[in-house]
Design a binder for this molecule. Structure first.
Ligand SMILES: [Fe+2]
Ligand SMILES: [Fe+2]
Length: 253
């Protein structure tokens, strides 16, 4: 494997090795984008396992699990699309088709999770929809851990992987938390969307928390406020500026 130490790359003979089999030092330490990606994928796997169990009983625990999973998926994918994939396109000759393949999977995830959000465990089609969504998510993880990240390790030094990791971490902290399939999956439109959509998404997350804390007592008022914020997000998504950079393969205008 093309392991790199400090600013110097060493050894290029062995083929790329999946990130799933690598130790933390091999991934470049905790702050390397490779380790940060892997940690999120492990968390995602845990949430999918829990959702496959809680779907049998449904109720608030299942809903909470799917909500945590959706928040993780969208903030994680946003950081990939604004930081990791542009870095891959700069570093790898095959970076464009490789990242476009993953962005197309992200587009499918956005659409599936948006539908999943509107269904409940009582719905006869819910489990099938959930499992289909998880299959696309698992395929996405494999494309990243088996192809994109090992190739990035071959081309970048550990110092560079950590610099990408730091930017990735910062973007993930302030990323939108919900599906926005109409917005470009690539900068600059994708990055420009962050500020208005993050504010609106996180306001909706707070309303959801308030609903849980008040045990549904303020549900009608909160639902009205949530619908207004959702409409505002829908209007923001359609600003032409936020489509700049999108590719035909992931366009949902
Ligand atoms: Fe991804
Ligand atoms: Fe990922």
């Amino acid at each position: 494997m093309g392991a790199a130490a400090g600013g110097i790359r060493v050894g290029m003979s062995a083929p790329p090795r999946t990130v799933a089999d690598q130790s933390l030092p091999e991934m470049g330490g905790r702050l390397s984008v490779v380790a940060l990606q892997r940690a999120d994928h492990v968390r995602l796997d845990g949430l999918m396992t829990r959702a496959r169990t809680t779907v049998r009983t449904g109720g608030p625990e299942h809903a909470r699990t799917l909500r945590s999973l959706a928040r993780l998926v969208f903030t994680h994918a946003f950081a990939e699309e604004s930081v990791l994939f542009p870095a891959a396109r700069r570093a790898l000759p095959e970076g464009d088709p490789l990242s476009l393949h993953i962005e197309t999977a992200h587009q499918r995830v956005d659409e599936l999770v948006a539908r999943l959000d509107g269904s409940s465990a009582d719905d006869p089609a819910h489990e099938e929809l959930m499992l289909r969504t998880f299959a696309v998510l698992e395929e996405d993880v494999r494309s990243e851990e088996d192809a994109l990240l090992p190739r990035l390790q071959e081309e970048l030094t550990v110092r560079q992987l950590r610099a990408v990791g730091l930017a990735w971490l910062l973007v993930r902290l302030v990323a939108p938390t919900r599906a926005h399939p109409v917005v470009s999956r690539r900068p600059p439109g994708q990055v420009l969307s962050a500020l208005p959509l993050t504010v609106l998404d996180r306001a909706r997350d707070n309303l959801q928390r308030l609903d849980e804390v008040s045990r549904g007592r303020a549900a009608p008022v909160l639902a009205r406020a949530d619908r207004a914020l959702a409409r505002a997000a829908g209007a923001v998504e359609r600003f032409p500026l936020l489509r700049v950079g999108e590719r035909a393969e992931t366009s949902r205008g």
